[in-house]
Design a protein around this ligand. Structure first.
Ligand code: MSP
Length: 653
């Protein structure tokens, strides 16, 4: 990898539907890599965004009776809101409907057309709408369906424009073979080379407006729009100023990593390289294809009802735990399984037990025996040397893991250092040293355990920025020192901690009881049963347009007025308020994610609207008996209140 800068991209996401765990995963991965590289003092640029043209988006808009642009504008905020919640530090968010991007795409199209690299021809082929791709007859599977998604395919004959992709086939094969870092993991390079064993055709890069109007118009023929993939791939260069800001473009291009899911390998390792070759720009250093998140062993799909909603996971367990699980659990390149049980088990063992426990032991011992002041260490014994060796090893391994894209292994080394910290506490038993009055040893032990935690906080900061900041605050770090999270500096031995005053902290991660959680993803069998049940309803009776409900459906939700009697922040959860409310004669407790928008004082006394018949749920270990209504945009949230005085418990509807 180039040593003087780091430019990382995610795929740009389709705005036909809300974001799911697959989108969240790649974006968190890119964020973690960007944060690590910044922490290694490498100038870093991180690009993400949305893919807004094409048939999928047009169809989603048609189904709702809105314009494609309205569909884009409604959905893009859901991605942007999720990235804010997940503390994603992208430097730019590109939308393919941005004027600048459209201009760059048109300039490139015109240039390729002028150089006869794009030509018009009659075409007959098999088109898959969900994949937005053409296939030849021999590409189809045994059932004459799409070879990628196995769905039905349409045969189409029409005049179109073509990019002379075929002429680059030999060059591309040679490039892949001579640049082993270009497609990672290596078995994906072999997959692409396998694909390139067949003759490569030219790429159809247009769609007649009569069939699909939602796209970037071809500058040389107003009756056509550009094929969505040709438009989308260009985001990686338009997003950093190609043809618009040469200095900015030259500063960041070529990209260090295009991160993609395995399903979009061909578009990225065949279409995109040949496009770049024709355009005349260098190729990115690495296209890295990660595996898929499965639910247990099944593919996640809307129809199976087993798709994990990242927002729900964040609300239940917090942003940092969610980021941690995704990074620690997936071996990059391979598929990984998501179940809430596995999530809770890892959360409890790594975060609540190992890391949280070490911190709370160190803080408590310092407060009890040193008035919270971190002491100066004395001579190290083998026990200290062993602990420091485990931590220093984690620093080296983490740096290697970042370079080799083995993040889960880097994290595992850091957790090994944390476990070494807990063993060190048991072995040196500072509580016994205190009883015996062995102050010299006690000082050394308290210092070393805190120092191990300080280094761990730097190493895990890119994965859990919020919780690691809390941990650093507990160690007494503040001001510039709080944000001094440079991995390079960990190699120097310097004593930053002695003399700092520790701050008491409630559990960094509250333990979760598996048996008390309510699953964020319904079991597939349960969903299946529900589906079967609804399929048994008489035909016609329940046929409503998608998204439309009957008045009976609406009245299943019991909305009532409630008065807020008391409010306080939930410890260890920055975004949550615990509200004591009165609903008529009944008193209830609600946990609401409104702490970023309201202080406890501001909400007490308000008459709000709550969903009164919601099954109680545990949110971050605290019971919530209902849900309040609030209006929300990307940046604002306002609680729904009633217009004037009315008693609590009144029904709303
Ligand atoms: N718009 C195109 C990408 C254009 S990039 C120039 C696209 N969008 S997508 O929204 O359908 O998918 C975006 C990414 O999500 C893909 O990389 C895909 O692999 C990934 N995932 C979708 N489901 C996934 C999982 N279940 N697990 C992990 N990632 C998966 O394709």
């Amino acid at each position: 990898m180039s040593q003087d800068k780091f430019y990382v991209t995610t795929p740009i996401y389709y705005v036909n539907d809300k974001p799911h765990i697959g989108h969240a995963y790649t974006t968190i991965l890119a964020d973690v890599l960007a944060r690590y590289n910044r922490s290694l003092d490498l100038p870093t640029f991180f690009l993400t965004g949305t893919d807004e043209h094409g048939q999928k988006v047009q169809k989603a808009a048609e189904a709702k009776g809105i314009s494609p642009l309205e569909q884009c504008n409604d959905t893009v905020v859901r991605f942007q809101e999720l990235w804010r919640e997940l503390e994603i530090t992208n430097d730019k968010f590109i939308r393919t409907t941005d004027t600048a991007h459209k201009q760059v795409v048109q300039d490139i199209l015109q240039d390729l057309f002028d150089r006869d690299l794009i030509y018009k021809d009659e075409y007959s082929g098999f088109y898959c709408v969900p994949c937005e791709r053409f296939f030849t007859e021999k590409d189809l599977d045994a059932n004459k369906c799409c070879p990628e998604c196995q769905r039905e395919i349409q045969e189409i004959i029409e005049s179109n424009y073509f990019f002379r992709m075929s002429q680059y086939q030999e060059w591309l094969i040679d490039y892949i073979k001579t640049h082993p870092e270009f497609i990672q993991p290596a078995f994906r390079a072999n997959e692409t080379l396998g694909f390139l064993k067949q003759p490569l055709g030219d790429l159809c890069i247009s769609r007649p407006k009569s069939r699909l109007a939602w796209g970037i118009e071809l500058p040389f023929d107003k009756d056509y729009v550009c094929y969505v993939w040709f438009d989308a791939l260009i985001n990686y260069i338009s997003g950093i100023g190609y043809k618009q800001d040469d200095a900015h473009f030259n500063k960041w291009w070529p990209a260090s990593y295009h991160l993609i899911g395995k399903d979009i390998l061909t578009t990225h390792t065949v279409y995109w390289p040949t496009m770049m070759k024709a355009i005349g720009i260098e190729l990115p250093e690495t296209i890295f294809a990660h595996g898929w998140w499965l639910t247990g062993r099944d593919k996640m799909s809307k129809s199976l009802g087993n798709v994990v909603n990242p927002m729900e996971m964040i609300q239940k367990y917090g942003v940092d735990a969610f980021r941690y699980f995704l990074m620690a659990e997936m071996t990059l390149g391979q598929d990984a399984s998501f179940t809430e049980e596995a999530f809770v088990n890892r959360y409890n063992s790594d975060l609540a037990n190992d890391l949280g426990n070490l911190l709370s032991r160190v803080v408590k011992m310092n407060l009890r025996h040193r008035d919270g002041l971190i002491p100066q260490p004395n001579a190290y014994t083998d026990a200290e040397k062993e602990l420091m060796a485990a931590v220093d090893n984690a620093v080296i391994e983490m740096e290697k893991a970042i370079c080799d894209m083995r993040l889960n292994q880097g994290i595992e080394h850091v957790m090994n250092a944390v476990r070494a910290g807990n063993r060190y506490m048991e072995q040196t038993a500072p509580w016994t040293l205190a009883k015996k009055g062995d102050n010299e040893r006690l000082d050394t032990v308290l210092y070393c355990a805190a120092e191990a935690l300080r280094k761990v906080s730097v190493l895990l900061h890119p994965v859990m920025p919020g919780k690691m900041a809390d941990l650093r605050k507990a160690l007494g770090l503040s001001g510039g020192a709080l944000n001094d999270i440079h991995i390079g500096k960990l190699k120097k031995s310097e004593n930053i901690l002695s003399g700092l005053e520790m701050n008491d902290i409630d559990a960094l991660f509250l333990r979760v009881k598996l048996e008390e959680i309510e699953s964020v993803q319904e079991a597939p069998e349960k969903k299946q049963k529900k589906k079967q049940k609804s399929n048994q309803q008489p035909a016609g009776k329940n046929e409503l347009p998608e998204g439309v409900i009957t008045v009976d459906d609406f009245f299943k939700t019991e909305l009532k007025t409630a008065k807020i009697l008391e409010a306080e922040k939930v410890k260890g959860a920055d975004k949550l308020l615990r509200l004591q409310i009165e609903v008529g004669k009944e008193k209830r407790q609600l946990i609401a994610g409104i702490a970023e928008f309201y202080t406890p004082e501001e909400v007490v006394g308000k008459t709000i609207v709550v969903v009164a018949n919601l099954k109680p749920a545990k949110i971050r270990g605290v019971e919530s008996q209902g849900m309040l209504l609030a209006a929300k945009t990307g940046k604002e949230l306002k609680i729904v209140t009633v217009d004037g005085d009315i008693s609590s418990g009144a029904s709303v509807g």
